[in-house]
Design a binder for this molecule. Structure first.
Ligand code: FAD
Length: 381
């Protein structure tokens, strides 16, 4: 079925992202796999092309697109290259800026947003701690007021862009007596005394991305680094997680669709018993099922993208799109590996790496179980 949420402007934008993928990302694929990071010059090239500031006002160096469908197009095209690079750009350009745009003071916006849009200031967001990520309200990192400053102690883990980041938006506890209402957001700048980063974590998949621990040992920051009102951090995250989740859903479908497309081509070429493996009835039916699952999921995710562009996406619908697309992606890629036979288990094949890359999408940004918890609660269960 033809998709109907994108106009000519979005498709023209898609063509420019595709050109960036072919010209800038693809030739550097091996380097990113080896170094577990996106090179800084690629961040800056993405900034120059206007891809990192879609949510940032024009007067602060962004594109001020004001239409989430452009973010979705960017995520789709980069996910077709790799899920990992899409996740790094997504955290930097799709997840972090709205916090500063919506909650920042004029001084904070001037200080950070132009650098985020240009790719000079790489951004991360630290919610998860070693003691747990699902139960965000129980986070333990503290900030204690000391005159005009705050002193932060604790740590975060599994932070995308964590090793490379120049800025980290972190959620910390400013009032131990108030649970979720005692959480406040701060922006920490790399190089601040006491703020250190761990090594890049050794992951099963998404090896191109830099994922790291962040440590805070008596980190002293001025009140000017507090983002939004004291005690409002938890609600700020809850309000912005739907955008992170719909972004994840867009990537899940685009990534799986691209690998499935390549797999179908493979099954037309690869022969067994004198015929193309895709022409065996079992495989033909299997592929028919996979294509249908992708297209039906795509339709729901597209509806959510259109709803988000109009400001009417609910957190529950975002949760449905996120868990279901993650599940479908994993199921589809598992079958793709099967269709490649032994080659599907070889790292040099994209399908093998894509299969590993997909696994985390059922865990991060709220696990499938937490998504179902939100949906169940909304049903009054
Ligand atoms: C590669 C990668 C990148 C990441 N990037 C970031 C990032 O940039 N920033 C960030 O803050 N975090 C990031 N995360 C962390 C991620 O969001 C967490 O791993 C996730 O939220 C789960 O938290 P946890 O790992 O502590 O698992 P736990 O919270 O310990 O959960 C363990 C298991 O218990 C289940 N569970 C928990 N509570 C319930 C419940 N109520 N009902 C049923 N089951 C439940 C979970 O679903 C899970 O299966 C990243 C993680 C990875 C692996």
């Amino acid at each position: 079925m033809p998709r109907n949420i994108y106009s000519e402007d979005h498709e023209a934008f898609r063509a420019s992202v595709r050109e960036f993928v072919e010209r800038t990302l693809e030739p550097r694929a091996e380097e990113m796999i080896r170094e577990h990071v996106i090179p800084r010059d690629i961040w800056q090239e993405a900034g120059k092309q206007g891809f990192l500031g879609l949510d940032i006002p024009e007067e602060l160096g962004g594109a001020g697109a004001g239409d989430y469908r452009f973010n979705a197009v960017f995520a789709e095209e980069v996910s077709g290259f790799t899920a990992a690079v899409s996740s790094c750009f997504g955290i930097h350009a799709d997840v972090c800026p709205p916090y500063i745009v919506d909650l920042g003071t004029e001084e904070q916006k001037q200080r950070w947003l132009p650098g985020i849009a240009s790719g000079e200031l790489i951004c991360s967001i630290g919610m998860t701690e070693p003691s747990g990520g699902s139960d965000l309200a129980a986070l333990k990192t503290t900030a204690v007021r000391d005159g005009e400053d705050w002193v932060i102690n604790g740590s975060k883990t599994f932070i995308t862009n964590g090793h490379q980041c120049d800025l980290a938006i972190v959620a910390v506890r400013t009032d131990p007596s108030k649970g979720a209402k005692g959480i406040t957001l701060f922006v920490l700048e790399a190089g601040t005394e006491g703020f250190t980063k761990g090594n890049k974590l050794d992951k099963v998949g998404q090896v191109e991305s830099d994922t790291s621990e962040l440590f805070f040992d008596n980190v002293r920051v001025p009140d000017a680094n507090r983002l939004g009102p004291e005690g409002q951090g938890f609600i700020a995250m809850m309000q912005r997680l739907p955008q992170e989740r719909i972004g994840a859903a867009v990537s899940n479908v685009a990534h799986a669709a691209k690998i499935l497309e390549e797999t179908i081509e493979y099954t037309k070429e690869r022969k067994a018993f004198g015929q193309a493996i895709g022409s065996f009835q079992h495989n033909k039916f299997k592929i028919a099922e996979l294509v249908t699952r992708i297209e039906v999921t795509q339709a729901y995710v597209d509806d959510c993208v259109a709803a988000h562009a109009e400001g009417r996406l609910t957190p529950v619908d975002a949760a449905k799109a996120k868990w279901f697309s993650a599940q479908v992606q994993n199921d589809v890629l598992d079958e793709c590996v099967q269709l490649y036979g032994g080659y599907g288990f070889m790292n040099e094949y994209r399908v093998a790496r894509a299969w590993r890359d997909a696994r985390v999408t059922k865990i991060w940004a709220g696990s499938n179980e937490i998504m179902k918890e939100l949906i169940g609660r909304d049903l009054g269960l």
